[in-house]
Design a protein around this ligand. Structure first.
Ligand code: ZN
Length: 147
């Protein structure tokens, strides 16, 4: 699979959600979307309605329901889920068990230190769902091209 084109502005907006919502104390999540017509180009970041504490977050069910309908209406799909961790970036057993969607090729990016560091992928962790349904770590450069 080719790398997704990710506009720098979307990456910056993602970090600003993490900092504003997480405040350096709580985890936060964002979703990167692209149109089904041009799936390889990320065009939108969404900050889901959620609750969170230091080491976990839970999406709001009603928000999620409306979100699925808006995706269908706007012909968009979720390509990446991106979330923060308090310290090091990795995929926890909970992260493995509960991705927002579970399809082959779905990508999950974890940003360390509540996203307080420089905007970019330093010490970030990317993992992808394989054909067998398991996650496998993959290099960020293989799946993300900043544009
Ligand atoms: Zn948040």
């Amino acid at each position: 699979m080719a790398a997704f084109d990710l506009p720098r502005s979307i990456l910056e907006e993602t970090f600003s959600h993490f900092r504003g919502c997480g405040g350096g104390r709580r985890e936060c999540q964002a979703l990167w979307l692209s149109p089904w017509d041009t799936p390889q180009t990320i065009t939108k970041v969404v900050h889901p309605k959620h609750t969170a504490h230091a080491a976990a977050f839970v999406l709001d069910d009603r928000w999620l329901n409306d979100f699925w309908m808006s995706l269908a209406r706007e012909n968009l799909g979720i390509r990446f889920q991106v979330h923060t961790h308090p310290g090091a970036a990795f995929h926890s057993p909970t992260d493995d068990a509960f991705p927002i969607i579970h399809t082959v090729g779905f990508l999950s990016l974890v940003i360390p230190n509540f996203g307080l560091g420089r905007v970019g992928f330093e010490d970030a962790y990317l993992t992808e769902i394989q054909e067998d349904g398991c996650w496998r770590r993959i290099s960020i450069g293989e799946r993300i091209a900043l544009i």
